[in-house]
Design a binder for this molecule. Sequence first.
Ligand code: GUN
Ligand code: FE
Length: 456
Amino acid sequence: TCIDTPELGKLRIMLNTLLAVNELGRIVALVEGGGGNEGIQTYLTKMGDRAKEVTIHRLGSQEFLFPGLVDTHLHAPQYVFTGTGGDTPLLEWLEKYTFPQESRFKDLNHAQHVYERCVRRLLRNGTTTAAYFATMHVPATKVLADTMLRLGQRGWVGKVCMDANSPAFLRETHKEALEGTREIVSYIQSLDTPLLRPCVTPRFAISCADETLRSLGNLASTMSLPVQSHLSENKGECEAVRQLFPNHANYTDVYHETGLLGPSTVMAHCIHLSQEEKKVIKATGTGISHCPGSNFSLRSGILNVRSLLQQNIPVGLGTDVSGGYGTSIMGTMREAITASRLLHALSEERGEKETLESLTLEEVLYLATLGGAGIMGLAKEVGSFEVGKSLDVLRVNLGADLGGGDVAVDTFGQDGPREKLEKWVNLGDDRTLTHVWVSGKLVHTTLENEAGTRIK
Ligand code: GUN
Ligand code: FE
């Protein structure tokens, strides 16, 4: 069974499917109903001599394949303190926890240790693509890129730029921000891998001088690089931006006017945007990373995803490690549903004429896969099952024994594939993921014997 969401709100369940992958990790055949002995034989016969090189994996009745999950916003160095620090809102949290922790990444041993653990954990959680903020340190940022490449994860790597309103122990000059970014760009390009892209990463408007934002915008457009940052996460932050950038119409305009918005830009949070700002986001094709777990933990607010989707603004999901305590996009899907149900309840309570519709299972599955891939410019490469796409895929086993609930127990013997999928989203975790592939390469497995059956 292959399950995906080829468009927003649409669930596709392909039963008894034959999925063939070539040596480059590309999907070369997808035949619904072709997964039985006969279908496999027909396919092998067509391959002729090359059938000898084929390895076959057969899935059991409690298993299905699902596209790899996409985390469109997180901070790899903050993996160190996931699960702590929920006692303060954003700006205090940055000063108290984040900046001191990030300053430790001038130590390369520390960077190696943490980045290895972080990337492994995400792969195990089924995150095949991730958009990472590193720290401002160039050598440690290279370590993050090396680690992703070695462990086989796809994604963006950003050297964080911060030359204003930051503590002396974690602040660089304009020149260092620019030259450091250029150095990371050429380093990642020299790795010559289709998995990684360098990303222009101003931390947020507060931590960059106007001219730095402008230079970074220039760099992104002349070199066709993606951009990531934070926008309108917290009311105190929005107020500080108003004071620091009095000549700009609003927070969104700070990024727009400095050339940082566009179809390869991902802005995290975007909770408190005005309608005018949303229009600019929409017109520029900028994507939004919805990070509900972080927004709950830091009490930032609740993003109205429904209104963005109604305006066709592209959205993906992010854990925002470690604003929130979760490292799994499965958890983020649940948080996104909870956030939207809470908004629904609040709008009903206020007696609003049109109550907000909560997000559906189908919608959050899309945001976690193809939606996320879309805002990272990867919709043609990953996020769903299509011939020509890369095999960035999870093998899910619902027979896994889970502490929080037994996914495989059938509701009155009547569970169809959709009910099983719903149980997986609501009750499942990494224990249900027996195999994780990126670009056809097995990057995580819980099983010792995962080699499949060789054709004799
Ligand atoms: N805004 C600026 N820096 C950060 C960060 O590290 N985390 C979050 N959640 N928001 C930010
Ligand atoms: Fe963040």
